[in-house]
Design a protein around this ligand. Structure first.
Ligand code: PGA
Length: 249
């Protein structure tokens, strides 16, 4: 059985007061079982979120980290720093990091290695742009993103990777991949993993879908065989919506 996961990516939203309010509201939404639920607040509020959720099963994860262990990288955050505040999961390769902060496959390969070295689990994001899909290149693009950043890892290391397929054209646009499009790509990814790492590893890897997942479409997307949960942006900023999505899984 693969682990089912819903992760909320808060991006650059919520100041401290808003972070605390949203966490209180999330706690009030109640309990959940048989799945992992995560939130990714801004790095500034990771510690506050950890304390506020100390008695909750909701996990606190980071949105990014630098590939170096330490050094002269003004403004950056290391894996060791995350580990030091007991943050054990990091999102890497989000399309906004790739598009606005120049994160290439080569940089992401280094970041993944740096995270695993610190014993930090990775939610690795990838996905094609609209032009790729229109041109029919989406499978090729996704395969190369995964191969370039992850395929140097061995099967033991891959156990600490959660994949998140996020077609760029569906992020924050209100346009979701159809459940069939999501399933088709997730099955393709699982097959790619099976070819490289064997069927058992492929079957054990959680593959999340992200891109305009909302309470009204989550259930249909999550019903697909190879969709193991979601990475949620906009809808994770409202406790009710986020938990409606959590309950759909
Ligand atoms: P969205 O964002 O749900 O707002 O489309 C998803 C993401 O960027 O992870």
């Amino acid at each position: 059985m693969r682990t089912k996961i819903v992760a909320g990516n808060w991006k650059m939203n919520n100041d401290l007061a808003e972070t605390q309010t949203l966490i209180e509201q999330l706690i009030q939404q109640g309990d959940f079982s048989n799945k992992r639920v995560m939130i990714a607040p801004t790095a500034v509020h990771l510690s506050a979120a950890k304390s506020a959720l100390s008695a909750s099963k909701i996990e606190v994860v980071a949105q990014n980290m630098h590939q170096a262990e330490a050094g002269a990288y003004t403004g950056e955050i290391s894996g060791k720093m995350l580990k030091g505040i007991d943050v054990n999961t990091v999102i890497l390769g989000h399309s906004e990091r790739r598009a606005y902060f120049g994160e290439t496959d080569a940089i992401l390969e280094e970041k993944v290695a740096a995270a695993l070295k610190q014993d930090i689990e990775v939610i690795f994001c990838f996905g094609e742009e609209l032009e790729d899909r229109k041109a029919g290149n989406h499978f090729e693009v996704v395969a190369s993103q995964i191969k370039n950043a992850l395929f140097a890892l061995d099967a033991a290391a891959l156990k600490h990777i959660i994949l998140a397929y996020e077609p760029v054209w569906a992020i924050g646009t209100g346009e979701t991949a159809s459940p069939e499009q999501a399933q088709e790509m997730h099955a393709f990814i699982r097959n790619l993993l099976a070819e490289k790492y064997g069927e058992a590893t492929a079957q054990a890897t959680s593959i999340l879908y992200g891109g305009s997942v909302k309470p009204n479409n989550a259930q249909e997307i999550f019903s697909k065989a190879d969709v193991d949960g979601g990475l949620i942006g906009g809808a994770s900023l409202k406790a009710e919506d986020f938990f409606a999505i959590v309950k759909s899984l």
